[in-house]
Design a protein. Structure first.
Length: 158
């Protein structure tokens, strides 16, 4: 019998609050920096931004994920970094994105049918189960949206 040995992968999802107002130039610079570093470090994932708040999913080897999370926590462009979920995964969900980004619809528009507003829910919730569900919904929302609208590679553009 052959055993397929796979490198363990880790995914982390967190939310945070931008310290200064983040406009398109700041976001663009952040994405360029993150994508170049993630390419080097074998990291993939996606970033959402709304109302000066970030939601990010990162995935890669546990070492690479822990290292980038240390750097991200120390970054003074944002504060209030809350890890919503951290789990082992067998395969990447964002393998085509060194850091995918798609603009969010207007604040009051629901992200998914039946979901009031997952991005607000994920930020405001003290309930870990609700926050995890909202985080997973955001990941799903991103993949549906990025595939449907722009095509995978194009979705990287700001
Ligand atoms: C919201 C947010 C998301 C970030 N995402 C990443 C990322 O995916 N990968 C990365 O290497 N750096 C990311 N950074 C930047 C890091 O915090 C840090 O500035 C960068 O890794 C350079 O660190 P260094 O100056 O210690 O080398 C992010 C920063 C912020 C504020």
């Amino acid at each position: 019998m052959t055993t397929l040995q796979q490198d363990p992968l880790l995914t982390v999802m967190y939310s945070s609050t931008a310290v200064a107002t983040f406009g398109e130039p700041e976001l663009s610079a952040l994405l360029a920096q993150a994508r170049a570093a993630n390419e080097r470090n074998g990291l993939t994932g996606m970033l959402l931004f709304r109302d000066n708040r970030f939601f990010q999913t990162l995935e890669g080897t546990p070492d690479a994920v822990h290292e980038v999370m240390d750097r991200i926590r120390a970054d003074d462009r944002h504060t209030d970094v809350h890890v919503l979920n951290q789990e082992s995964i067998v395969e990447r969900r964002f393998s085509d994105w060194t850091m995918g980004y798609v603009p969010l619809p207007a604040p009051r528009e629901p992200l998914l049918p039946g979901v009031r507003n997952a991005f607000t829910d994920v930020q405001g919730s003290d309930d870990a189960v609700a926050a995890l569900r909202a985080a997973r919904e955001l990941n799903l929302w991103f993949r549906v949206r990025a595939n449907r609208t722009a095509g995978r590679r194009a979705a990287q553009a700001l």
